[in-house]
Each structure stands twice: as C-alpha cells, then as structure tokens.
Design a protein around this ligand. Sequence first.
Ligand code: EPZ
Length: 482
Amino acid sequence: MDMFIVRGGERLSGSVSVSGAKNSALPLMAAAMACEGETTLYSIPDLVDVKTQSQVLGSLGMDVNRDPDGALRLKTVDETSCIADYELVRRMRASVCVLGPLLAKRRMACVSLPGGCNIGDRPIDLHLKGLSALGAQIRVDRGYVIARADRLRGANIFLGGAFGSTVTGTCNVMVAAALAKGTTTIESAACEPEVVDVGNFLNAAGAKIDGLGTPFLTIEGVEQLNGVKHEVIPDRIEAATLMIAAAITGGDVCLKEVRPDHITAVIEKLREIGVTVQLAFPDQPAKKQSVTVRVTQPLRSVDCIALPYPGIPTDVQAQLMSLLACVPGISIVTDKVFPDRFMHASELARMGVNIRRESASAILNGVSRLSGACVMASDLRASAALVLAGLAAEGETVIRRIYHLDRGYECLEEKLISLGAHVERVRDEPQNMPDSLKLTDGESRPSYSELLDALTGPHWNQSVSQQNTESVTASQDPADED
Ligand code: EPZ
C-alpha cells in the first residue's frame, strides 16, 4: 500500500488540464450495455474505478477495450449473464448502474446490493422504486437485487428522497425507460451535469429524452438504441479540487479543458472567500475554455452548504473544509446530501484546526497555518482534502491509504507536481516515515510525557496535560465508497 509525503508551503503556479469525469464515465459505460453494436467513449479517465467497471461489464458479456489513443470501445458479445457479483459491486457502488440497462435489454438482473460506506448510508430504494414503476418485479434475496420484467412499460415516477434526488438512480431509470413501451415522466430527477451527459449519449443512441438538466424528464420509449461515439464531459469535481489547491497555497493556476458552467456554485463560493476566479472563453467548447485562480487578498471565513446540483457538490465539501481550515475565523460547513460525510474532520483536527461536529455540520475555527501530521484517508474526496491541507501545512504531512485517491483522480500527484507541489508517493512502511513525523526510533510506542517532551519541551507540560490527555489517540479504521 502507498502513502503520500507532502511538503507544504509551495505556492502552486502554471496551467494544467482537467480529465474526463469519473461520475459520468461509470454510468455511461453501463448505459452502453443497452445499445446494439459498438460504443466508443472518449476522454474516459484512467482510474481504478473505470477498471472495476470494465470488469463488471466484462463479467456481463461485454468486450471493453482501450485503444492506444485512450478511446474506450464497448460491445456486447454475450447476453446470457445477468449477474453482477458481490465481489465486484462491493468494490465500487457505481456498478449498481448496470441494473437499469440489464432489465431494459436482457429483461432480468441479479445485482449485489452495494451496502453502506464511509460517507454515510447509501440505500438504493429510489432506484428500485423507479424500476418497479416501469413494471419490473423486484425482490432482495441474500444481499442481491433480483429483478425481471417481460417488457418494461412507461410510467409516471417521482424520484425525490429525503436528501433530494438520486444521481445514479436517475441514470438507471432513464436508461430503462428509454427502452420501455410508452412514455415515462420522471419528477424530481437529478440535474447533475453527469446525468445530462448520460442523457445526451442516450439521445444520440436513438432515445427520446426531454428535459435533461431539469427536475422533470419526459422519455418516450424506443425499440432499440445503437452504439455511438461520445466524448465524456470534463470532471467538475477534479476541477474544483485543483482550484482549491491553487487557493489554499496562495497560488496562481490556470485550468484548461474545463466547464466552469458546471461548477458555478463552487466558483461563487471561492469568490465569497476572497479568491479571484477568472473565466476565459466561456461560450467556447470545453476544450477551449479555461479558469484562472489567484489569491490576491487575505481570505475570509464563510459558511457553506453542500446540496444537490446546482448547489455546492457534496464531493467538494471536504476540499472546501481544508481551505476554510486555513482561514482564521469561524466557518460552518454543512452537508445536506450526506449528513455524516465528515471522516476528514478528525484528520484535519490532527493538523491543528479546532473542529466541532453538530449533526450535519462541522464548525471550524480556522488557523493561519496548519501543521504537518500523519493522517489517514477514509474515502475518495477526504483523501483529496488531506492532500490539499498538506500543501498548505507547515512541514511534512503523511497521507495514508491513498488508494482511495487512485479510484477517482487521474494522475493527481503528477498534476500537482507540475504546478510546483512537493508530493512524493512511497510505500507505506515505517522506514519511509519522514523524520519530522518520527517521534521515536519507531520501535517502541512513546509514553505521553515522552511525546510532550519530544514535541514541546518542559514549558508545555503544565497547560496541555490538564485539558486533553485522552486526545492523543490514533483515528479508527474505516472500509470503501464512491
Ligand atoms: C453519486 O452517487 C456520485 N457517485 C457521488 O460521488 C456523489 O456524492 C453523489 O452522486 C451525490 O452527488 C457517482 O456518480 C458514481 P445519490 P449516488 O443517489 O448516485 C440518498 C464521489 O466522490 N439516496 O445521488 O450514489 C443517498 O443516501 C462519489 O465521486 C436514497 O435515500 O448518490 C444520499 O443521501 C461519492 N435512496 C442522496 O440520496 C436512493 O435510492 C444522494 O445520493 C438513492 C440515494
């Protein structure tokens, strides 16, 4: 297993291109299963999750190949299998996106239930509600969703849940309805750009979907969908992560191949914090657009709330928290999509910021400078947030379990290094721990007073020991999300 050693303090500068969107690529690859013939997808990022989805589709009789130029070709060669196995699905929740295409095309599906993860409860009741409304008989048995349908038929479906709509649920029901008999309406559909990208792909493949990007979709079922060539949209979450990397280091960075209109809420929030964000060629295709991020004044503490699109994405909440951790003053970060998505908070606290959790919020008392520490990544976006915090911190930060990062960011460390960051990927072994974070020879665990002596010397003892003797405990072990 690898870990990152990040040396903080470098102002990032230069330009970097944004990769294709993970959260569009995964449902798009599944949607290709509903098409006759070959589908070719361009700008599909080289990620662990894309490899896992290729394996899931491979186990369902699809040929998935990547050309030397990076294009992904997908073609169904065998329609007999309809089982998406637990061993694959447990590794990546987005594999649940095969449910709709399997039902629509093969009339039956047996897909492992994805189960929970570190960012909170992840039920799929809305997916199942939508597919049952289209006429599928569905039951859950021994951890698998077992579904079958002679021919799906159009229906009026409300897809709203306690936390708004569902992104992959809308994709699943949209693909199924595209091949259903008759017309379907989906109310409270997700409006995320990734859903629109999948809808545009389906319409190019012959579907009749209206209202994409709005909460109300009308889908007139067709007999067949045919494979097409499709370019996936840029990754707005990666773009936001790189913009915050520039802001947190007081840098000057230009992002290329980006769709700023997909991250308006993030851009507005960064401007509210005091970051300068300039857009270039906003009316041109993504390939020509760019966003420049600069810090030219002291930053302000603010409150921010993660919401369904077009609000601030929950997938950027942790990265924004890292930025606000470096801004003196009180900031409140709330997540209305995944109210428990705060595993990164206790890790940021190890870097010296005071954070208090209050139900779906975290209240931060930002500091002018974080201190390097050894921290643990718990999920994809939390790991990105810890890398950003490390870039701003004093000294070295070690981020363990960065396999989470590899699942959803294409070459993040190379991109950061190209902007001037000090990020090193090493094996997670004791001898690789930087001296600055080594408090002893690594053999014996230090006693409490030895720790204090090593860190602060005698004058510290008095004040700290009264307040928080029990605070020096390592954070617990979480297991995967997406
Ligand atoms: C997608 O997950 C993304 N994943 C997530 O990104 C993202 O955080 C999430 O949308 C929200 O934007 C992919 O696209 C692969 P939801 P998804 O169904 O579709 C509740 C990342 O970091 N809900 O929109 O699984 C649910 O618990 C990942 O890249 C139900 O109650 O999310 C949550 O609170 C993490 N019942 C809310 O709705 C359901 O049937 C939104 O979930 C489905 C969801």
